[in-house]
Write a protein that binds this ligand. Structure first.
Ligand SMILES: Cc1cc2nc3c(=O)[nH]c(=O)nc-3n(C[C@H](O)[C@H](O)[C@H](O)COP(=O)(O)OP(=O)(O)OC[C@H]3O[C@@H](n4cnc5c(N)ncnc54)[C@H](O)[C@@H]3O)c2cc1C
Length: 398
């Protein structure tokens, strides 16, 4: 293959969205993935207000009013959208007409514009994008610290069966009640409609270093469901979730990190899909403004679009939020979320979604501090002064 304008490494949602946007911007694009035709199996969701404006309505499988339970119940004031993942994939693939898709695994970028593949061959591009997800195949080498991971175990059941936990038209973003009956590391129920009369019930550990084992989550989910009189059928479809929420920022000089590889992952919620889909056209426009004439300027401007100073500052705040969660005594976690979900809507919204709103994020943290009692205040402030938690292994699981 000759040199393309942009080579996107990684054909997940972020990589496909960016490759398609670059193609639409008139660039010559390549997309590399070890298994480019492998279907996606994860359930993807985001808040309705985050849906990219150009996403066709058919890509949304269900919309539902967001609710959360911390110590008491809260209506969030926003709708949640669960995506029809095969429809999302088909929509993104439609945009790949003209993109050269390669099956292969990147093992490094020995020099700017060159990607080395397992097997010894190379691909060349004016600009290389690493959208390889958690692996960050062209990113910084993994450090010594254990990753903080979000893990979850879910079952798909009929909506009628799930009704004791999630009413029709509702999406339960988090339910922190310890209905699983276990002390120890805090987990919550995420329960969202999938459309077609089906609901995903998922026991979730928001973050732990390392991730809470799926066996624990599976046991807790079954106990929680039993507590509510729900007996899932033995052949219910399962979903297993495990991904890091604290990957280091992609700083490789020769490539641009995008998607979960950037990482666009919100360290204190795990969400990244909305940010990736919404940023893709902007990053493509930045690349197209300078290609093919000036690859260096294209890379620099695209990087500035992914990580403007405001987004870097918000990311630092969110990382402090993550460390506060990792340090919080398990019994205090529902009370912390009670304070968070009681904040005015604008504060909750900016903390959860606005990745470059420094003022909004700082205002949320200030409001949280003012609403907290003395011990919680100390727990919120200490992580800004202390090193990251090395491991949560010593904390009892249950
Ligand atoms: C079950 C599950 C449910 C989730 N639900 C949500 C959700 O509801 N909302 C949300 O925002 N996030 C969710 N997430 C987080 C999710 O991982 C990301 O939002 C999303 O998948 C990130 O997309 P991405 O394209 O950046 O990375 P990925 O989806 O991880 O894609 C990376 C791609 O890079 C490829 N790749 C890896 N290494 C190489 C290499 N060396 N060379 C070439 N290609 C490579 C991989 O094959 C893969 O196709 C969920 C995760 C899981 C596991």
């Amino acid at each position: 293959m000759g040199r393309v304008d942009v080579l996107v490494v990684g054909g997940g949602p972020a990589g496909r969205a960016l490759a398609a946007a670059c193609g639409r911007a008139g660039l010559d694009v390549g997309l590399l993935d070890p298994a480019p035709d492998r279907p996606w199996t994860a359930t993807y969701g985001m808040w309705c207000a985050e849906l990219p404006p150009d996403l066709p309505a058919r890509v949304v499988a269900a919309r539902a009013a967001g609710r959360a339970v911390a110590v008491t119940g809260h209506r969030l004031g926003w709708e949640y959208a669960v995506l029809d993942v095969p429809a999302l994939r088909a929509h993104l693939d439609d945009g790949l007409a003209g993109v050269r898709v390669h099956a292969g695994r990147a093992v490094g970028s020995p020099e700017p514009g060159v990607v080395a593949l397992a097997g010894g061959s190379h691909l060349r591009a004016a600009v290389v994008v690493d959208a390889g997800g958690r692996a960050q195949p062209l990113g910084p080498r993994a450090g010594h610290r254990l990753p903080a991971e979000q893990t979850a175990y879910g079952l798909v059941v009929d909506a009628t069966l799930a009704a004791p936990l999630v009413a029709p038209g509702e999406a339960l973003f988090m339910d922190w009640r310890a209905d699983h009956g276990e002390p120890g590391w805090p987990t919550f129920l995420y329960a969202v409609p999938l459309g077609g009369g089906r609901v995903l019930l998922e026991e979730t550990s928001l973050a732990r270093r390392p991730g809470l084992p799926l066996t624990v989550l599976r046991r807790r989910l079954h106990a929680r469901l039993a507590r509510h009189g729900i007996a899932p059928p033995p052949d219910a479809r399962t979903e297993k979730v495990s991904f890091p929420v604290d990957r280091p920022r992609h700083r490789a000089a020769a490539s641009l990190g995008f998607g979960a590889a950037a990482p666009l992952v919100h360290p204190a919620s795990g969400f990244s899909l909305a940010a990736s889909l919404r940023l893709a056209p902007q990053v493509a426009a930045a690349l197209a403004r300078h290609l093919p004439a000036d690859p260096g300027a294209a890379l620099a401007h695209a990087r500035a679009g992914v990580w403007p100073p405001a987004a870097r500052a918000v990311h630092r705040f969110r990382r402090i939020g993550l460390e506060a969660l990792l340090r919080m005594p398990p019994a205090d976690v529902p009370a912390f979320f009670e304070v968070f979900f009681s904040l005015p809507e604008r504060h909750r919204w900016s903390y959860l979604t606005a990745r470059d709103d420094v003022r909004g994020t700082a205002a949320t943290m200030g409001a949280l501090f003012r609403a907290a009692d003395g011990p919680l205040r100390r727990r919120l402030v200490a992580p800004a002064l202390l090193p990251p938690v090395r491991t949560n292994e010593a904390a009892p699981i249950g």
